[in-house]
Design a protein around this ligand. Sequence first.
Ligand code: FE2
Length: 182
Amino acid sequence: MSVASRETMTAPPSTAYRIVEVAELYSDVIKRHAVEGKFVGASEAESPWVPFGDNAAIRHLGFDVRRNIFSNILWIKSPGVIGTHRHRGTVVMMCMEGSVRYLEYDWVATPGSLITETPGQTHTLVTDHPNGVKLFGWLEGAIEFFDDKGTFIETLDVWWFINHYETHCREHGIPINPQLYL
Ligand SMILES: [Fe+2]
């Protein structure tokens, strides 16, 4: 980009507080095939904390069954461990509260830290923080969990996460929120 074109660039931002109609070449195709975006509000009525073991809970936020992708907040409530697991897809997580690290790495994530995990990585998540950790994430593919002898225990994937959410809702009379299904 030349200096001249940079200087003549006028958008963004905009000061127009109104919906602007924009020309769309494929509006008919989009109307027939596009999938609406979703919204999940902050309240537990829209998505409750679902227990995950004795010291943790998951707030489910999205399930994409076409691509085996799921979004949630993992909350570990006090110092503790999530067992050794191996990823078969990519995970992107942001630390929201507290802190978290892995036994296998030398860094500690604090609020605002971004964590990316990739297929083939195997590691053991630990929080040493007195208030534990809250991690928001987009997770893709199977996550394989192992016991402390390295024996495979269980695969967690989009079906596991949907079942975890829906079972809790059924048992507590909470309506299933269709906004979670992408
Ligand atoms: Fe992981």
